[in-house]
Design a protein around this ligand. Structure first.
Ligand SMILES: NC(=O)C1=CN([C@@H]2O[C@H](COP(=O)(O)OP(=O)(O)OC[C@H]3O[C@@H](n4cnc5c(N)ncnc54)[C@H](OP(=O)(O)O)[C@@H]3O)[C@@H](O)[C@H]2O)C=CC1
Ligand SMILES: Cc1cn([C@H]2C[C@H](O)[C@@H](COP(=O)(O)OP(=O)(O)O[C@H]3O[C@@H](C)C(=O)[C@@H](O)[C@H]3O)O2)c(=O)[nH]c1=O
Length: 258
């Protein structure tokens, strides 16, 4: 029975994997949230991987606050790049396959049409830079890896994400001011979870880099409109297109992945 370690299991993706793991009685899952294992604790990571007899490690742990990373990049680099390097070293020693999640924000968004896994990366914010360094660390150290880039990840049930933020604001009756300055593909954590559990861990695909999204490009404004519609709130909430929505971090204009 394959043993699968899931790190960062308290986040939206980790919780979705935990929910779906119940459908896979042929696999043994070991979930560790940030309180149980801090992935920047080198010794604990090395000990855990050395003693766990794992076949796969799914790293859902990450620093995901794009705005805060721009103000202070240090924790983002520690978690998204340095800790990932340690994880790759530990996985190499124990012959564990590492499944790392990465992001559309490794691209600069200027290509104008969907990015393939062959395209040149060029992140324009600190979060994207830290995630790209994480990818590069893995490629240098550990051949047995799956790097899965996704975009605009959301869960309707768990965690902090655009879907839940917009829904909460709408339910509170707030006016929504949303930008249409970026295009990307919102991706439900359930889609990514199914790819990880049904394709990667079932051994259907080779090691390498993959792009996984829900494949419907839109702006954040379109996405907000869709969220309101799905929740029967379109007629009750004022949705305003805001081309001057201010953020610290630059974001890629068009980061659609193919
Ligand atoms: N959210 C998105 O839109 C996208 C996310 N991704 C990537 O997908 C992956 C999953 O992201 P998602 O589930 O959305 O992220 P979340 O922010 O929902 O979850 C990340 C989890 O990582 C944990 N974590 C943070 N620092 C550490 C640490 N030092 N040690 C252990 N755990 C830690 C957090 O715990 P705590 O809350 O306690 O800090 C949190 O539970 C990440 O790699 C992310 O970069 C890719 C594209 C889009
Ligand atoms: C909440 C809000 C955001 N926005 C804008 C800000 C920004 O340009 C865009 C999205 O805002 P957010 O802060 O929710 O999303 P952001 O942090 O940019 O989301 C990113 O997260 C990381 C982790 C990823 O890897 C990316 O794929 C992507 O999902 O919408 C509005 O225009 N109005 C609003 O009310």
């Amino acid at each position: 029975m394959d043993r699968i370690l899931v790190l960062g299991s308290g986040g939206q993706l980790g919780k979705t994997i935990e929910e779906f793991s119940a459908e896979h009685s042929n696999l043994k899952f070991i979930f560790k949230n940030s309180k149980e294992i801090d992935i920047t604790d080198e010794k604990k990571i090395i000990d855990l991987i050395a003693t766990g007899n794992f076949d796969y490690c799914v790293n859902c742990a990450a620093y995901t606050n794009v705005e805060q990373a721009e103000i202070n990049p240090t924790p983002a680099f520690r978690i998204n790049a340095d800790a990932v390097k340690t994880l790759a070293i530990a996985c190499r020693s124990e012959d564990v396959s590492l499944i790392q999640i990465s992001t559309d924000y490794v691209f600069d968004g200027t290509k104008g049409f969907p990015y393939t896994t062959e395209d040149k990366t060029n992140p324009i914010n600190q979060y994207g830079k830290s995630k790209l360094l994480g990818e590069e660390n893995i490629r240098k150290i550990l051949p047995n890896h799956f790097i899965i880039r996704t975009s605009w990840l959301y869960s309707k049930k768990y965690g902090h994400n655009f879907y839940r933020t917009i829904l909460k604001k709408a339910q509170e009756g707030a006016e929504l001011r949303i930008t249409d300055e970026q295009i990307g593909c919102p991706t439900n954590t359930e889609t990514l979870t199914k790819f990880i559990l049904d394709e990667v861990i079932q051994g259907n695909i080779k090691y390498g880099t993959y792009h996984v999204t829900d494949d419907v490009p839109m702006t954040w404004y379109d996405f907000a409109k869709q969220i309101l519609k799905e929740n029967d709130l379109s007629n009750r909430v004022k949705l305003v297109l805001d081309r001057n929505y201010r953020t610290f971090a630059r974001r890629p204009k068009n980061s659609v992945l193919s």
